[in-house]
Design a protein around this ligand. Structure first.
Ligand code: GLY
Length: 324
């Protein structure tokens, strides 16, 4: 029996107050959601749809993934991504990639061509090179500008380099400011889909949080946290990676779905659980169930999403908090 395919994409939860390219980001999300849907309508698989939709956002340079990835404390980049095929339970993820343009494509290679689930650092970049994936180009000018602004803001009144590093390592207030900075704009991209065969898939990709400690790895390459797919649900998360890992948010959503058989109820219960466990202003997620119903929930000020309604692609930066 052929099912109704569906897809939803996110461009990150956060405040989106200081992002300079909100219109452009929305345009990208619309285009990439359409790309995923056209794959599904042509009987492509859910895995094809989510990987291509996320790759499209990585290529754009306007979202925090792939080409547009934010910079770490030292001005470097390390990218994370993951993909899961709910119909087979197969998983692929990469962490701390520094030289690969499309970490989500690399995550798919890990899933389909290796016996591993997660490959990190130089090994992941080597796998990309061996598979002919394109290298990561230099950051676009707006990414550098944002980094410079963040450095200026965070280091105000702390002129000496040793003092800066000491503060970074020891000063809680400094770390809090970094998290605030990260929340100022959305972070991370992700997509979930169900195809005409009823197969579910989830994908996610990120440059992580701006000004992160070099080498820090968030939730995005961690199955169950940043992404998860089963025969029932597919979920992709965005927000503060450490908090998302503490909640195992995408696995939690699947557990609630198995109890309720209602994706909206499962999303509501999941965000309540998140609020209780790690507090508000921490994260958001998108999900789809095996019947093709999509849902989102978030506890930040905004979350950029792209989805289909009445056959048309729609994007919004402040969707109603819980879809019902
Ligand atoms: N949610 C992306 C990260 O924290 O790295």
């Amino acid at each position: 029996m052929l099912m109704r395919p569906n897809i939803i994409l996110h461009g990150g939860a956060g405040r989106w107050t200081r992002a300079k390219h909100v219109d452009k980001a929305q345009e990208v999300v619309a285009k990439c959601t359409e790309k995923g849907m056209s794959i599904l309508r042509n009987n492509g698989s859910a895995v094809d749809a989510v990987v291509e939709a996320v790759k499209c956002t990585e290529d754009s340079g306007y979202l925090n993934a792939g080409v547009g990835s934010v910079l770490d404390f030292m001005g470097g980049r390390s990218l994370d991504a993951g993909v899961m095929d709910g119909s087979t339970g197969r998983i692929g993820a990469v962490a701390a990639v520094t030289a690969t343009r499309n970490p989500v494509v690399l995550a798919r290679i890990v899933m389909e061509k290796t016996d591993h689930h997660l490959i990190g650092g130089r090994g992941a970049d080597l796998l990309a090179f061996l598979n002919g994936l394109p290298p990561l180009p230099p950051p676009p000018p707006h990414v550098w500008e944002r980094y410079q602004e963040a450095v200026k803001k965070l280091l105000e009144g702390k002129p000496e380099i040793y003092k800066k590093i000491t503060d970074f390592l020891e000063n809680y207030d400094f770390i809090r400011k970094i998290i605030e900075e990260a929340l100022d704009t959305g972070d991370t991209v992700g997509a979930v889909a169900v195809d005409s065969m009823g197969r579910l898939a989830a994908a996610v990709s990120t440059g992580g949080v701006i000004m992160k400690f070099p080498g820090r790895i968030g939730d995005s390459p961690i199955p169950g946290a940043g992404f998860y797919a089963s025969e029932y649900t597919a979920c992709s998360a965005t927000g503060i990676g450490e908090k998302i890992i503490e909640c195992m948010v995408c696995k939690q959503l699947d557990t609630y779905y198995r109890e309720t058989r209602d994706i909206v109820a499962a999303a509501e219960k999941t965000i309540e659980y998140v609020d209780k466990l790690v507090g508000e202003n921490t994260m958001g997620f998108i999900a789809v169930d095996k019947n093709g119903e999509v849902v989102w929930a978030y506890n930040t000020e905004a979350m950029l999403i792209g989805y289909y309604e009445d056959g048309e692609v729609r994007t919004t930066i402040k969707p109603p908090r819980n879809k019902r």
